[in-house]
Design a protein around this ligand. Sequence first.
Ligand code: PLP
Length: 426
Amino acid sequence: MIPFFKIDERIEKAADSALEKCKNEFEAINEITEFNQLKVQKAFIEHGISESHFIPSTGYGYGDRGRDTLDKVWATVLCAEDALVRHNFVSGTHTLTTALFGVLRPGDNMLCVTGTPYDTIHGVIGISGEGMGSLKDFGVNYSEVALKDGRPDLAAIKEAVNDETTMVYIQRSRGYELRPSLTVEDIQEIVSAVKTKNEKVIVMVDNCYGEFVEKREPLEVGADLIAGSMIKNAGGGIARTGGYIAGRADLVEKCSYRLTTPGLGKEVGASLGMNREMYMGLFYAPHTVGEALKSAVFIAALFEGFGYNVTPKYNEKRADIVQCLGLENEKSLVAFCQGIQSGSPIDSYLLPEPWDMPGYDSKVVMAAGAFTLGSSIELSADAPIRDPYYAWIQGGLNFHSAKICALLAAQHMLDEGILKGVNDGI
Ligand SMILES: *Cc1c(COP(=O)(O)O)cnc(C)c1O
């Protein structure tokens, strides 16, 4: 029945009923996608984007209209005073680092209010590592407020913020945790709690995986600065590298001095030939995020149907594109990732195996068959081989492609005799 791929009839049936279950969620996703697409389109029209904006600059990149206007389009979309959108940001971590070092000064106090942040930020703050020039090395103090039952602890946050607090840092996405992602409304609650204690506090949001998942972005509810990666939601699967920072104009300006040099800031930086895909990436981003969300919702419904723990559930509110899947043991994790890989458009012939990845305290298995290396707006699955044996799945450039990968993952598990609900005859 499914053309080109061999899928067991029982899995096909499970897929049909999963899809049936997802109808309301898909409709809600479509509505958000349309809203955000129109928002982006309006911004393109407002700023009069033309072919001339795609002309590459070289050398210092003075007067690059395409680059400068791209900042303005992004600022309009995110309701920011200004934005700094560059292919020169090498990763999400680099973008966040530029923002942190751009804004914070020796003696300042940074307070993370969503527990310990994403792994790669630890070295930046100075939670781990030494002598690499972390914020700590430069005299920026750090403290954090733990989550309470996986949610921001508003009372403890209020307690922790005082006159000395310079920055409150919020991570919107779950990252590699099982906690729920923060909705824009959650962020609004934190902002108002924080600003009643100290109205001067800079609220910064790590917006990775969150862009275009909802109709509003964090700057619309009082955040001062946000940042994200172009090889996640913001690049729409088109941009091949880069990042963005957006928010209050004075803060974005400071970040620009950190990205290039004090004094030069945003005025320099050759766009080479990158502008066209940066624009096109933004144009595609709302739609691509919608496809990724549908992929996540479908995978949740399908594997919950087989009897696995999933978080979020298919019908739970989402504020990022990440789907966690409890696969219960190493064999299932590996089989799942191998199945996903086998259906990927790129590198389908590779067989993912667990390995000791630097920076992790257990082996990790990863499936990623992407056009852009490391892109996680494209379908990818990562799983540390340790209790509770969860896979973190994200992305999907288009739903149909992600769906067949999910079915192949189930098929692979069935072939190994370990697919719950089917192999055990439920
Ligand atoms: C991906 C991610 C980062 C870091 O981005 P890289 O591009 O991997 O450096 C930071 N924070 C969160 C929440 C992320 O999801």
